[in-house]
Design a protein around this ligand. Structure first.
Ligand code: MRU
Length: 366
């Protein structure tokens, strides 16, 4: 998507210097800093520290990690070592393992001498595919927004509520939940997006930055405001992304998503989740019981980073010294609370049949 008139992806390969370039998201929305990555270790750090983040982007980044690893040492041992090293960088987003498995499956049968080039070609392929898949998710979600917009009184915008950042910087381009928003806005549908701040990392600020850059009207609200908005008829649809969706349609996403689903159900508001098929974990059924939830550093809850009036980016402490904190980064919304899943192939019910009818070949693969 565009920032100040220039089209960006969230990562790209610099062919001149043979390095990966990423947008270092730790500095957004205040500064656009680009980082060059030439070593596997630095790429792993970028994932762990959330310089790159969002399930699909984590997957694409990991594919480039395999390419960097193969350029250093294309042996069988290093192929397995790089897989294992990258796999432990973040535990919840399944796109990471999806991309690593795909790379290992493709590279293993090749001669060692062919692996470096093949790995880089495959990483480009995974990144390009992600762009196209998200564009299609946008088309499918757009149909839904058109229907809602058609039922609205003239002049009233369609009001969406989103949580976290399932935007273009969480993917290679377009985003998942934001792709239908961008496409609806581009088509001239009047939208208004309520953007949850998404404590503790405040990814809502990233979403606000994205939507603002694209001219989509939005309002940044506290995490606790959504239920109130829904009770007062101010939300037509909740639309979020996901880090891992189970074969029965349970949806794991950023902490707080479950509470939005409960409030949406209590107020008869449709709750949709946008996802590429690479986010489905076909090996897992019951998300609450089976998905590992990342526990992050409590400092993310006790401190907050922002821009001072003088323009410096600083972190400040919110709590008394040594206050104990807990920081589960994701939660699971059971499928019964999900109205539908917006995928690259179409919209399906969040049920085992809904998903296996939509992706029969993937469902059979287990
Ligand atoms: O911890 P993050 O910022 O990586 O979490 C991101 C999310 O929870 C997104 O909603 C999810 O990855 C979908 S991204 C298209």
């Amino acid at each position: 998507m565009k920032i100040n008139g220039t089209h960006y992806r969230s990562l790209w390969w610099n062919h001149e210097n043979n390095v990966l370039e990423i947008i270092d998201q730790r500095w957004l929305p205040h500064e656009l800093r680009i980082q060059q990555i030439a070593r596997l270790q630095d790429l792993a750090t970028a994932i762990v520290e959330m310089r790159v983040r969002g399930a699909p982007l984590i997957g694409a980044t990991a594919a480039y990690g395999m390419a960097l690893a193969m350029a250093e040492d294309p042996s069988d041992a290093n192929l397995d070592a790089a897989w294992a090293y990258l796999e432990k960088t973040r535990p919840t987003a399944i796109n990471l393992r999806w991309a690593l498995d795909r790379c290992r499956r493709a590279l293993q049968p090749l001669a060692e001498t062919d692996r470096a080039e093949a790995a880089l070609t495959l990483a480009h392929e995974i990144a390009d595919e992600d762009v196209e898949v998200n564009r299609r998710i946008g088309e499918n979600g757009l149909a839904l927004i058109r229907e809602i917009a058609a039922r609205k009184p003239a002049g009233e915008p369609t009001r969406l509520l989103t949580h976290c950042n399932a935007g273009w910087i969480a993917t290679v381009d377009w985003g998942t939940a934001t792709s239908p928003m961008y496409q609806a806005h581009d088509e001239g549908i009047a939208l208004h997006v309520w953007v949850d701040e998404t404590r503790p990392r405040n990814q809502g600020a990233l979403t606000a930055w994205e939507l603002g850059s694209h001219g989509v009207p939005h309002t940044y609200i506290t995490d606790n405001a959504g239920g109130h908005m829904m009770q007062h008829g101010l939300v037509d649809m909740v639309l979020i992304g996901t880090d891992r969706t189970t074969r029965q349609g349970d949806v794991c996403n950023k902490i707080g998503s479950y509470l939005k689903a409960l409030a949406a159900r209590d107020n008869d508001i449709p709750f949709y989740v946008a996802l590429p098929s690479s986010t489905i974990d076909w090996t897992v059924s019951n998300g609450v019981a089976e998905i590992p939830i990342e526990e992050r550093d409590v400092r993310e809850t006790t401190h907050v980073q922002g821009k001072t009036e003088a323009g410096a980016i600083e972190s400040v402490q919110l709590t008394p010294d040594d206050t104990p904190g807990g920081n589960p980064a994701f939660d699971v919304t059971p499928n019964r609370l999900v109205t539908g899943l917006i995928t690259e192939r179409g919209i399906c019910p969040a049920t085992p049949e809904g998903l296996s009818d939509m992706f029969p070949e993937l469902a059979r693969g287990v």
